[in-house]
Design a binder for this molecule. Structure first.
Ligand code: 5GP
Length: 237
């Protein structure tokens, strides 16, 4: 049962529960991009993202990767472990798109022979600048061992998701992970959904993710529904 609101982010609101070790994450229909400068709403977005995230967390848990996921409270409400979030956006990249093509002379669509792991400091105020282990340690936000473990987990998750999504007809150019600390252990936190991944349809090359909103590429709700149909067909039965 939800108690008071703990925190409201751009796409999710976090509530306390009776158990201090458990929180409820409500996936909302709100959309923001470019550090909150562009805003909108999309019908059923929260529902589709919550269900896609649930499925991907369940799959990672089955593969032995610990996550904060505990179960579902409602269609768009996820019960999660309370973790101490490490403010690093960890981004495995398989195909060049987005910021890497703006910051470096790398052409969009370039397939990386080995995944490129990028880390950014999660801070709108500072414009999400580049992060590495030395900066993380200097800022006191993680130890060298933790960053090494995060990198290893992110690369393993990338392999699992890339293969899984390939079977569902998607390319996975890149995606963002967040990690948290609980009982001295590092676990995957936040969400893994159409808002946090780049997903390209394998046959048409079309974006099926938040780039639709960022760059006005069409009907976002329809694309997210199509992703949900392939990843969580059971919710349409
Ligand atoms: P880029 O660095 O190209 O902007 O983003 C790389 C990947 O990470 C994309 O899949 C993008 O959706 C995800 N990503 C990076 N930062 C954020 C963020 O602040 N919010 C969300 N939802 N996704 C992000």
């Amino acid at each position: 049962m939800k108690k008071e609101e703990l925190y409201s982010g751009k796409a999710k609101t976090i509530y306390r529960t009776e158990d201090p070790d458990k929180l409820i994450s409500v996936f909302r229909n709100s959309l923001t991009a470019f550090d909150g400068k562009k805003k909108s709403e999309a019908e059923k977005k929260g529902y589709f993202n919550a269900q896609i995230s649930r499925k991907l967390f369940e799959m990672l848990e089955e593969e032995g990767i610990p996550t904060h996921y505990l179960g579902m409270e409602a269609d768009n409400e996820m019960l999660v472990r309370a973790v101490e979030i490490i403010p690093i956006e960890v981004i495995p990249r398989n195909i060049a798109a987005g910021s890497i093509t703006r910051k470096y002379p790398i052409e969009e669509g370039t397939v990386f022979k080995t995944p490129v792991l990028v880390m950014d400091y999660k801070s709108d105020e500072h414009g999400d600048p580049m992060m590495n282990e030395d900066i993380a340690v200097a800022m006191g936000i993680a130890t060298y061992e933790e960053v090494a473990q995060i990198r290893e987990m992110a690369l393993k998750i990338n392999e699992i998701l890339k293969n899984y999504l390939d079977e569902k007809g998607f390319l996975l150019p890149d995606f963002k992970l967040e990690f948290g600390r609980v009982d001295g252990k590092i676990v995957v936190a936040d969400e893994i959904s159409c808002d946090t991944c780049r997903l390209w349809d394998k046959s048409t090359g079309q974006s099926m993710d938040k780039d639709i909103f960022r760059f006005d590429k069409g009907d976002l709700s329809k694309a997210y529904e199509e992703v949900a149909k392939r990843i969580v067909p059971e919710i349409f039965e």
